[in-house]
Ligand binder design. Structure first.
Ligand code: CAA
Length: 389
Protein backbone atom coordinates (compact mmCIF):
# COMPACT_ATOMS: atom_id res chain seq x y z
CA UNK A 1 0.00 0.00 0.00
CA UNK A 2 0.92 3.68 -0.03
CA UNK A 3 0.29 4.44 3.64
CA UNK A 4 3.07 5.75 5.85
CA UNK A 5 5.06 3.09 7.66
CA UNK A 6 7.30 3.54 10.67
CA UNK A 7 7.76 3.34 14.42
CA UNK A 8 4.42 3.04 16.19
CA UNK A 9 5.75 2.48 19.70
CA UNK A 10 9.20 2.40 21.31
CA UNK A 11 10.23 1.15 24.76
CA UNK A 12 13.59 0.40 26.33
CA UNK A 13 14.85 -1.58 29.29
CA UNK A 14 18.23 -1.76 30.94
CA UNK A 15 19.93 -3.66 33.72
CA UNK A 16 19.58 -4.10 37.47
CA UNK A 17 23.01 -2.65 38.22
CA UNK A 18 25.10 0.36 37.23
CA UNK A 19 28.82 1.09 37.59
CA UNK A 20 29.71 4.79 37.72
CA UNK A 21 32.84 5.70 35.75
CA UNK A 22 34.22 7.30 38.91
CA UNK A 23 34.52 3.76 40.37
CA UNK A 24 36.36 2.50 37.28
CA UNK A 25 38.65 5.56 37.29
CA UNK A 26 39.43 5.10 41.00
CA UNK A 27 40.38 1.49 40.32
CA UNK A 28 42.55 2.00 37.21
CA UNK A 29 43.93 5.47 37.92
CA UNK A 30 42.44 7.14 34.86
CA UNK A 31 41.83 10.89 35.10
CA UNK A 32 38.00 11.09 35.24
CA UNK A 33 37.94 13.84 32.60
CA UNK A 34 38.92 11.24 30.01
CA UNK A 35 35.68 9.36 30.70
CA UNK A 36 33.31 12.26 31.38
CA UNK A 37 34.59 14.60 28.66
CA UNK A 38 36.95 12.59 26.43
CA UNK A 39 34.56 9.74 25.60
CA UNK A 40 31.40 11.32 27.07
CA UNK A 41 30.38 8.50 29.42
CA UNK A 42 29.26 8.75 33.06
CA UNK A 43 28.16 5.23 33.98
CA UNK A 44 27.58 1.81 32.45
CA UNK A 45 24.67 -0.59 32.85
CA UNK A 46 25.81 -3.92 34.32
CA UNK A 47 23.62 -7.03 33.99
CA UNK A 48 22.82 -9.04 37.12
CA UNK A 49 23.80 -12.72 37.10
CA UNK A 50 20.21 -13.56 36.12
CA UNK A 51 19.88 -11.01 33.30
CA UNK A 52 20.81 -11.42 29.64
CA UNK A 53 19.72 -10.28 26.18
CA UNK A 54 16.51 -12.31 26.49
CA UNK A 55 15.38 -10.88 29.84
CA UNK A 56 16.27 -7.35 28.70
CA UNK A 57 14.54 -7.81 25.34
CA UNK A 58 11.39 -9.21 26.97
CA UNK A 59 11.38 -6.39 29.55
CA UNK A 60 11.62 -3.81 26.74
CA UNK A 61 8.84 -5.41 24.70
CA UNK A 62 6.35 -6.26 27.49
CA UNK A 63 4.97 -2.68 27.82
CA UNK A 64 4.37 -2.60 24.04
CA UNK A 65 2.31 -5.79 24.21
CA UNK A 66 0.50 -4.46 27.30
CA UNK A 67 -0.51 -1.32 25.40
CA UNK A 68 -1.30 -2.70 21.94
CA UNK A 69 -1.98 -6.40 22.46
CA UNK A 70 -0.34 -9.12 20.42
CA UNK A 71 -2.91 -9.08 17.64
CA UNK A 72 -1.43 -8.50 14.20
CA UNK A 73 2.14 -9.20 15.39
CA UNK A 74 3.10 -11.95 12.97
CA UNK A 75 6.82 -11.33 12.98
CA UNK A 76 9.40 -10.84 15.73
CA UNK A 77 12.89 -9.82 14.64
CA UNK A 78 15.55 -9.97 17.34
CA UNK A 79 18.75 -8.10 16.52
CA UNK A 80 21.84 -8.76 18.61
CA UNK A 81 25.59 -9.27 18.44
CA UNK A 82 25.81 -10.82 21.91
CA UNK A 83 23.92 -13.92 20.94
CA UNK A 84 23.36 -16.68 23.53
CA UNK A 85 23.01 -19.57 21.07
CA UNK A 86 24.49 -20.35 17.66
CA UNK A 87 21.26 -21.86 16.34
CA UNK A 88 18.15 -20.83 18.26
CA UNK A 89 16.94 -17.24 18.01
CA UNK A 90 16.80 -15.34 21.30
CA UNK A 91 13.51 -14.02 19.92
CA UNK A 92 11.86 -17.43 20.41
CA UNK A 93 12.41 -17.20 24.20
CA UNK A 94 10.96 -13.67 24.16
CA UNK A 95 8.01 -14.83 22.06
CA UNK A 96 7.34 -17.44 24.75
CA UNK A 97 7.86 -15.12 27.76
CA UNK A 98 5.44 -12.59 26.26
CA UNK A 99 2.83 -15.22 25.28
CA UNK A 100 2.76 -14.16 21.64
CA UNK A 101 0.58 -16.14 19.19
CA UNK A 102 2.03 -19.28 17.61
CA UNK A 103 1.08 -17.92 14.16
CA UNK A 104 4.28 -15.87 13.98
CA UNK A 105 7.73 -15.98 12.43
CA UNK A 106 10.68 -15.28 14.71
CA UNK A 107 14.28 -14.75 13.63
CA UNK A 108 17.58 -13.31 14.86
CA UNK A 109 19.65 -10.89 12.76
CA UNK A 110 23.35 -10.08 13.09
CA UNK A 111 25.76 -7.55 11.66
CA UNK A 112 27.40 -6.06 14.75
CA UNK A 113 25.63 -2.88 15.93
CA UNK A 114 23.87 -2.44 12.57
CA UNK A 115 21.50 -5.44 13.00
CA UNK A 116 18.51 -3.52 14.37
CA UNK A 117 18.42 -1.26 11.33
CA UNK A 118 18.35 -4.31 9.07
CA UNK A 119 15.48 -5.54 11.27
CA UNK A 120 13.66 -2.23 10.87
CA UNK A 121 14.04 -2.36 7.07
CA UNK A 122 12.89 -6.01 7.00
CA UNK A 123 9.86 -4.94 9.08
CA UNK A 124 9.00 -2.04 6.78
CA UNK A 125 9.11 -4.38 3.78
CA UNK A 126 6.69 -6.81 5.47
CA UNK A 127 4.26 -4.03 6.41
CA UNK A 128 4.45 -2.71 2.86
CA UNK A 129 3.32 -6.11 1.61
CA UNK A 130 0.52 -6.35 4.17
CA UNK A 131 -0.43 -3.06 5.89
CA UNK A 132 -2.32 -4.95 8.62
CA UNK A 133 0.88 -6.71 9.64
CA UNK A 134 2.78 -5.46 12.70
CA UNK A 135 6.37 -6.38 13.39
CA UNK A 136 8.00 -6.43 16.81
CA UNK A 137 11.64 -5.42 16.43
CA UNK A 138 13.86 -6.04 19.46
CA UNK A 139 17.46 -4.82 19.68
CA UNK A 140 19.20 -6.24 22.74
CA UNK A 141 22.86 -6.38 23.63
CA UNK A 142 25.35 -6.75 26.44
CA UNK A 143 28.63 -5.06 25.48
CA UNK A 144 31.63 -6.81 27.00
CA UNK A 145 35.32 -6.09 26.50
CA UNK A 146 38.29 -7.56 28.35
CA UNK A 147 38.85 -6.24 31.86
CA UNK A 148 41.59 -3.60 31.95
CA UNK A 149 41.36 -2.96 28.19
CA UNK A 150 40.65 0.47 26.61
CA UNK A 151 37.21 -0.75 25.53
CA UNK A 152 36.17 -1.53 29.13
CA UNK A 153 35.02 2.04 29.75
CA UNK A 154 32.61 1.82 26.81
CA UNK A 155 30.69 -1.27 27.99
CA UNK A 156 26.96 -1.18 28.64
CA UNK A 157 23.73 -3.10 28.14
CA UNK A 158 20.17 -2.33 27.10
CA UNK A 159 17.31 -3.43 24.89
CA UNK A 160 14.98 -1.36 22.73
CA UNK A 161 11.69 -2.77 21.45
CA UNK A 162 9.82 -1.11 18.59
CA UNK A 163 6.45 -1.85 17.07
CA UNK A 164 6.62 -1.26 13.31
CA UNK A 165 3.39 -0.74 11.39
CA UNK A 166 1.30 1.40 9.06
CA UNK A 167 0.13 4.85 10.22
CA UNK A 168 2.74 4.96 12.98
CA UNK A 169 2.20 7.14 16.06
CA UNK A 170 5.82 8.23 16.51
CA UNK A 171 8.05 8.42 13.43
CA UNK A 172 7.39 7.77 9.73
CA UNK A 173 10.40 6.25 8.00
CA UNK A 174 10.65 7.91 4.62
CA UNK A 175 12.86 8.38 1.59
CA UNK A 176 15.81 6.38 0.36
CA UNK A 177 18.48 4.62 2.38
CA UNK A 178 22.16 5.37 1.90
CA UNK A 179 24.17 2.15 2.13
CA UNK A 180 27.82 1.27 2.69
CA UNK A 181 29.69 -1.99 3.24
CA UNK A 182 33.44 -2.58 3.53
CA UNK A 183 35.27 -5.68 4.77
CA UNK A 184 37.35 -4.31 7.68
CA UNK A 185 38.55 -5.89 10.94
CA UNK A 186 37.95 -2.98 13.30
CA UNK A 187 35.89 -4.91 15.86
CA UNK A 188 34.84 -8.57 15.97
CA UNK A 189 34.11 -11.46 18.33
CA UNK A 190 35.10 -15.01 17.35
CA UNK A 191 32.67 -17.73 18.45
CA UNK A 192 35.03 -18.94 21.18
CA UNK A 193 35.15 -15.57 22.97
CA UNK A 194 32.60 -13.75 25.09
CA UNK A 195 34.47 -10.44 24.91
CA UNK A 196 34.92 -8.40 21.73
CA UNK A 197 38.26 -7.72 20.08
CA UNK A 198 38.79 -4.21 18.79
CA UNK A 199 41.37 -1.91 17.28
CA UNK A 200 40.10 1.25 18.96
CA UNK A 201 41.48 4.05 16.79
CA UNK A 202 40.97 1.97 13.62
CA UNK A 203 37.35 1.40 14.58
CA UNK A 204 36.76 5.14 14.93
CA UNK A 205 38.17 5.73 11.44
CA UNK A 206 36.18 2.82 10.02
CA UNK A 207 33.01 4.35 11.51
CA UNK A 208 33.77 7.78 9.99
CA UNK A 209 34.51 6.28 6.54
CA UNK A 210 31.32 4.22 6.67
CA UNK A 211 29.23 7.22 7.77
CA UNK A 212 30.62 9.24 4.89
CA UNK A 213 30.01 6.41 2.41
CA UNK A 214 26.42 5.92 3.58
CA UNK A 215 25.74 9.66 3.44
CA UNK A 216 27.23 9.91 -0.08
CA UNK A 217 24.97 7.10 -1.29
CA UNK A 218 21.98 8.69 0.46
CA UNK A 219 22.42 11.92 -1.49
CA UNK A 220 23.00 9.99 -4.74
CA UNK A 221 19.73 8.15 -4.10
CA UNK A 222 17.93 11.51 -3.95
CA UNK A 223 17.75 11.94 -0.17
CA UNK A 224 17.25 15.20 1.72
CA UNK A 225 19.95 17.82 2.16
CA UNK A 226 21.74 17.86 5.51
CA UNK A 227 20.16 21.22 6.44
CA UNK A 228 16.68 19.74 6.23
CA UNK A 229 17.22 17.61 9.34
CA UNK A 230 16.55 19.03 12.81
CA UNK A 231 18.41 16.27 14.65
CA UNK A 232 20.61 13.25 13.99
CA UNK A 233 20.56 9.92 15.81
CA UNK A 234 23.97 8.28 15.46
CA UNK A 235 25.14 4.93 16.68
CA UNK A 236 26.87 5.84 19.96
CA UNK A 237 29.55 3.34 21.07
CA UNK A 238 30.42 6.24 23.37
CA UNK A 239 28.58 9.53 23.08
CA UNK A 240 31.56 11.59 21.86
CA UNK A 241 31.53 9.39 18.76
CA UNK A 242 28.27 11.05 17.65
CA UNK A 243 30.02 14.42 17.82
CA UNK A 244 33.02 13.12 15.85
CA UNK A 245 30.74 11.64 13.19
CA UNK A 246 28.53 14.70 12.88
CA UNK A 247 31.50 17.05 12.56
CA UNK A 248 32.87 14.71 9.90
CA UNK A 249 29.62 14.80 7.86
CA UNK A 250 29.27 18.58 8.20
CA UNK A 251 32.84 18.95 6.95
CA UNK A 252 32.25 16.50 4.12
CA UNK A 253 29.20 18.52 3.04
CA UNK A 254 31.30 21.67 3.00
CA UNK A 255 29.73 23.24 6.08
CA UNK A 256 31.56 25.32 8.60
CA UNK A 257 31.59 23.23 11.81
CA UNK A 258 30.26 25.47 14.53
CA UNK A 259 29.83 23.72 17.86
CA UNK A 260 26.47 25.35 18.63
CA UNK A 261 24.97 23.71 15.53
CA UNK A 262 26.55 20.37 16.39
CA UNK A 263 25.13 20.57 19.93
CA UNK A 264 21.67 21.52 18.59
CA UNK A 265 21.69 18.53 16.20
CA UNK A 266 23.10 15.94 18.64
CA UNK A 267 22.76 17.26 22.20
CA UNK A 268 19.45 15.65 23.20
CA UNK A 269 20.30 12.25 21.68
CA UNK A 270 23.08 11.33 24.11
CA UNK A 271 21.21 11.50 27.43
CA UNK A 272 20.47 7.78 27.78
CA UNK A 273 23.58 6.42 26.08
CA UNK A 274 25.89 8.48 28.30
CA UNK A 275 24.60 6.70 31.41
CA UNK A 276 23.84 3.26 29.88
CA UNK A 277 27.03 2.75 27.84
CA UNK A 278 27.26 0.96 24.53
CA UNK A 279 24.15 -1.10 23.89
CA UNK A 280 25.36 -2.04 20.38
CA UNK A 281 22.23 -2.71 18.24
CA UNK A 282 20.01 -0.70 20.60
CA UNK A 283 22.24 2.37 20.74
CA UNK A 284 20.90 4.34 17.74
CA UNK A 285 17.29 3.74 18.90
CA UNK A 286 18.17 4.69 22.47
CA UNK A 287 19.37 7.94 20.92
CA UNK A 288 15.94 8.33 19.28
CA UNK A 289 14.19 7.61 22.60
CA UNK A 290 16.27 10.30 24.32
CA UNK A 291 15.56 12.80 21.54
CA UNK A 292 11.80 12.26 21.52
CA UNK A 293 11.57 12.15 25.34
CA UNK A 294 13.62 15.31 25.90
CA UNK A 295 13.43 17.70 22.94
CA UNK A 296 10.83 20.46 22.60
CA UNK A 297 7.95 19.64 20.26
CA UNK A 298 9.41 17.99 17.13
CA UNK A 299 6.15 17.52 15.23
CA UNK A 300 6.77 17.44 11.48
CA UNK A 301 10.54 17.67 11.85
CA UNK A 302 12.98 15.42 10.00
CA UNK A 303 15.42 13.19 11.89
CA UNK A 304 18.49 11.63 10.28
CA UNK A 305 19.65 8.17 11.41
CA UNK A 306 23.14 6.80 11.00
CA UNK A 307 23.42 3.16 11.91
CA UNK A 308 26.90 1.61 12.01
CA UNK A 309 28.00 -1.96 12.61
CA UNK A 310 31.70 -2.79 12.69
CA UNK A 311 33.06 -5.09 10.12
CA UNK A 312 31.42 -2.99 8.52
CA UNK A 313 27.98 -1.89 7.35
CA UNK A 314 26.39 1.55 7.64
CA UNK A 315 23.02 2.96 6.63
CA UNK A 316 21.75 6.54 6.60
CA UNK A 317 18.00 7.09 6.42
CA UNK A 318 15.43 9.70 7.39
CA UNK A 319 12.22 9.88 9.38
CA UNK A 320 9.55 12.49 10.13
CA UNK A 321 8.00 12.98 13.55
CA UNK A 322 4.23 12.38 13.52
CA UNK A 323 1.70 14.93 14.94
CA UNK A 324 0.47 13.86 18.39
CA UNK A 325 3.57 11.73 19.03
CA UNK A 326 4.06 13.08 22.54
CA UNK A 327 0.95 11.29 23.83
CA UNK A 328 2.59 7.97 22.93
CA UNK A 329 5.99 8.46 24.55
CA UNK A 330 7.20 6.51 27.59
CA UNK A 331 9.31 9.26 29.11
CA UNK A 332 8.49 8.46 32.75
CA UNK A 333 9.08 4.72 32.31
CA UNK A 334 12.38 5.40 30.55
CA UNK A 335 13.56 7.68 33.36
CA UNK A 336 12.55 4.97 35.83
CA UNK A 337 14.53 2.32 33.88
CA UNK A 338 17.64 4.47 34.30
CA UNK A 339 17.03 5.51 37.89
CA UNK A 340 16.02 2.13 39.32
CA UNK A 341 19.50 0.69 38.69
CA UNK A 342 21.50 -0.07 41.84
CA UNK A 343 25.10 1.14 41.93
CA UNK A 344 27.68 -1.64 42.37
CA UNK A 345 31.26 -1.20 43.48
CA UNK A 346 34.21 -2.16 41.31
CA UNK A 347 34.73 -5.57 42.95
CA UNK A 348 31.09 -6.61 42.42
CA UNK A 349 31.21 -5.44 38.80
CA UNK A 350 34.41 -7.41 38.21
CA UNK A 351 32.93 -10.57 39.69
CA UNK A 352 29.85 -10.22 37.47
CA UNK A 353 32.09 -9.64 34.44
CA UNK A 354 34.03 -12.83 35.15
CA UNK A 355 30.93 -15.03 35.50
CA UNK A 356 30.21 -17.67 32.88
CA UNK A 357 28.30 -20.96 32.88
CA UNK A 358 30.32 -24.18 32.98
CA UNK A 359 29.82 -26.10 29.72
CA UNK A 360 29.36 -29.45 31.51
CA UNK A 361 25.61 -29.94 31.05
CA UNK A 362 25.07 -29.82 34.81
CA UNK A 363 22.47 -27.96 36.83
CA UNK A 364 23.58 -24.34 37.28
CA UNK A 365 20.96 -22.12 38.93
CA UNK A 366 21.69 -18.40 38.94
CA UNK A 367 21.44 -16.31 42.12
CA UNK A 368 18.27 -14.28 42.33
CA UNK A 369 19.43 -10.70 41.78
CA UNK A 370 17.24 -8.90 39.27
CA UNK A 371 14.01 -7.17 40.31
CA UNK A 372 12.99 -6.94 36.64
CA UNK A 373 9.94 -8.70 35.16
CA UNK A 374 11.95 -11.62 33.70
CA UNK A 375 14.94 -13.57 34.91
CA UNK A 376 17.38 -16.20 33.69
CA UNK A 377 16.85 -18.92 36.31
CA UNK A 378 19.86 -20.95 35.22
CA UNK A 379 21.29 -23.50 32.84
CA UNK A 380 20.39 -27.20 33.00
CA UNK A 381 21.19 -29.93 30.43
CA UNK A 382 22.75 -27.11 28.33
CA UNK A 383 19.33 -25.37 28.24
CA UNK A 384 18.69 -21.83 29.42
CA UNK A 385 15.75 -21.57 31.83
CA UNK A 386 13.75 -18.34 32.03
CA UNK A 387 11.09 -17.16 34.49
CA UNK A 388 8.49 -14.39 34.55
CA UNK A 389 7.53 -12.69 37.78
N1 CAA B 1 40.21 15.13 30.01
C1 CAA B 1 39.50 15.30 28.88
N2 CAA B 1 39.66 14.51 27.77
C2 CAA B 1 40.60 13.55 27.82
C3 CAA B 1 41.41 13.36 28.97
C4 CAA B 1 41.18 14.20 30.11
N3 CAA B 1 41.87 14.04 31.22
N4 CAA B 1 42.26 12.34 28.70
C5 CAA B 1 42.01 11.92 27.46
N5 CAA B 1 41.01 12.66 26.91
C6 CAA B 1 40.38 12.49 25.58
C7 CAA B 1 41.35 12.22 24.46
O1 CAA B 1 41.92 13.41 23.98
C8 CAA B 1 40.43 11.55 23.44
O2 CAA B 1 39.66 12.51 22.79
P1 CAA B 1 39.67 12.63 21.19
O3 CAA B 1 39.20 11.30 20.67
O4 CAA B 1 38.70 13.71 20.90
O5 CAA B 1 41.08 12.92 20.81
C9 CAA B 1 39.47 10.75 24.33
O6 CAA B 1 39.59 11.32 25.64
C10 CAA B 1 39.80 9.27 24.41
O7 CAA B 1 41.16 9.15 24.69
P2 CAA B 1 42.07 8.05 23.95
O8 CAA B 1 41.78 8.05 22.49
O9 CAA B 1 43.46 8.21 24.41
O10 CAA B 1 41.43 6.77 24.64
P3 CAA B 1 41.79 5.23 24.48
O11 CAA B 1 42.99 5.01 23.66
O12 CAA B 1 41.74 4.66 25.84
O13 CAA B 1 40.55 4.62 23.62
C11 CAA B 1 38.53 4.16 22.59
C12 CAA B 1 39.30 5.19 23.39
C13 CAA B 1 39.26 3.83 21.30
C14 CAA B 1 37.15 4.71 22.26
C15 CAA B 1 38.39 2.87 23.44
O14 CAA B 1 37.55 3.13 24.53
C16 CAA B 1 37.85 1.68 22.68
O15 CAA B 1 38.60 0.89 22.10
N6 CAA B 1 36.50 1.49 22.69
C17 CAA B 1 35.84 0.38 22.01
C18 CAA B 1 35.75 0.55 20.52
C19 CAA B 1 34.78 1.63 20.09
O16 CAA B 1 33.88 2.02 20.79
N7 CAA B 1 34.94 2.09 18.83
C20 CAA B 1 34.03 3.07 18.26
C21 CAA B 1 33.85 2.91 16.77
S1 CAA B 1 33.39 1.22 16.38
C22 CAA B 1 31.69 1.17 16.65
O17 CAA B 1 31.06 2.18 16.72
C23 CAA B 1 31.03 -0.17 16.81
C24 CAA B 1 30.87 -0.47 18.26
O18 CAA B 1 29.83 -0.21 18.82
C25 CAA B 1 32.01 -1.03 18.98
Amino acid sequence: GNSAIGIHDLSFATTEFVLPHTALADYNGTEIGKYHLGIGQRSMSVPAADEDIVTLGAAAAAPIIARHGAEGIRTVVFATESSIDQAKSAGVYVHSLLGLPSAARVVELKQACYGATAALQFAIGLVHRDPGHRVLVIASDVSKYDLDSPGEATQGAAAVAMLIGADPALVRIEGPSGLFTADVMDFWRPNYRDTALVDGQDSINAYLQAAQGAWKDYTEQGGRALEEFSAFCYHQPFTKMAYKAHRHLLNYCGHEVDEATVARHIGQTTAYNSVVGNSYTASVYLALAALLDRADDMTGQAIGFLSYGSGSVAEFFGGTVVPGYREHLRTAAHREAIERRKPVDYARYRALHERSFPADGGDHPTPSETTGPFRLAGLRDHKRLYESR
